[in-house]
Design a protein around this ligand. Structure first.
Ligand code: AMP
Length: 282
């Protein structure tokens, strides 16, 4: 498995690959969820390129950019074991050369709601780095996790609107045995808050139960029930929302299209997000 640190090295390695190239962008601190994306990518094409880059432009000034874990040797071992052909691991100055005039890529309709409202500039940073990475790697397709549901919708909109010739492959969320979605940020949690973090999964499971088993269609009571479960677990509610599955707009009722339940919560200073699809009417 090759490891490229510069744009030129990555382009040269990519040029040597034949067949369909599938790309898996990550911020490192890789876990089994990331490994499942690499495995999904291998089934999809002939060679998998993973990027490991903690992207400063998607973090707010008071967020965890500096303390985000960077266990690069462990990450490279996971990529190799999962069957990646190569890893692009650039430094910040490679992706953002000092003195370069900044470009901004935004999807205004999606970038200002939910995660975008809580983290101003976050999706502009995500779009900017993903656009750069896609131009460097030039994959045939790219895998993104449904764990970051809004991010997936944002990237879809960018790829579609900018006519990027890339097929996007959504991949399901991997969870711990108690249901907590795997996340690099779970490592920040001490055992006591870690035990309470299951509240996110319980809230989403309750939403799914209310829709699937009780036939509830009105978002209001479902959102209130989710917020109660979070509060019961001592999780500070960022948002607890039932939205349209594609536009993420508010809806009056869950229609045949179904919906998505989205949560953000904070416990012991750690902000976690999760989501779950809600079925439409039969
Ligand atoms: P990150 O390193 O957190 O930026 O995530 C890199 C990719 O892995 C994104 O497409 C995420 O949606 C995806 N991902 C993160 N957590 C999980 C998980 N628990 N299961 C599946 N995919 C995930």
């Amino acid at each position: 498995m090759w490891v490229a640190r510069t744009v030129e090295e990555c382009r040269a390695e990519r040029a040597r690959l034949s067949g369909r190239v599938v790309f898996v962008p990550t911020m490192g601190a890789l876990h089994a969820g990331h490994a499942s994306l690499i495995e999904r990518a291998r089934r999809e094409g002939d060679a998998v390129i993973v990027s490991v880059f903690v992207n400063p432009t998607q973090f707010g000034p008071n967020e965890d950019f500096h303390r985000y874990p960077r266990p690069i040797e462990k990450d490279l071992a996971l990529c190799e074991a999962a069957g990646a052909a190569g890893v692009f691991n650039p430094g910040v100055e490679t992706m953002y050369p000092p003195g370069a005039t900044a470009c901004e890529v935004t999807i205004p309709a999606l970038a200002s709601i939910l995660e975008g409202a809580a983290r101003p500039g976050h999706f502009a940073g995500v779009c900017r780095v993903v656009a750069k990475l896609l131009h460097i790697v030039r994959p045939d397709s790219a895998v993104f996790g449904q764990k970051d549901y809004q991010q997936l919708r944002v990237i879809e909109a960018m790829v579609h609107d900018l006519h990027m010739p890339i097929r996007l492959i959504p991949a399901p969320t991997l969870r711990e045995t108690d249901g907590l979605a795997m996340s690099s940020r779970n490592a920040y949690l001490a055992p006591e808050p870690r035990a309470r973090a299951v509240g996110l999964f319980k809230a989403l499971s309750l939403a799914q139960h209310m829709v699937r088993d009780q036939g509830r269609r009105d978002p209001g009571p479902i959102e209130a029930a989710m917020a109660r479960v979070l509060a019961d677990h001592g999780i500070e509610v960022g948002y607890a929302a039932v939205r349209h599955p594609r536009t993420l707009a508010s809806i009056d009722a869950i229609s045949n299209d179904g919906a998505v339940a989205l949560l953000a919560g904070k416990l012991a200073g750690v902000r976690l997000i999760d989501n779950m699809p809600l079925p439409g009417a039969e």
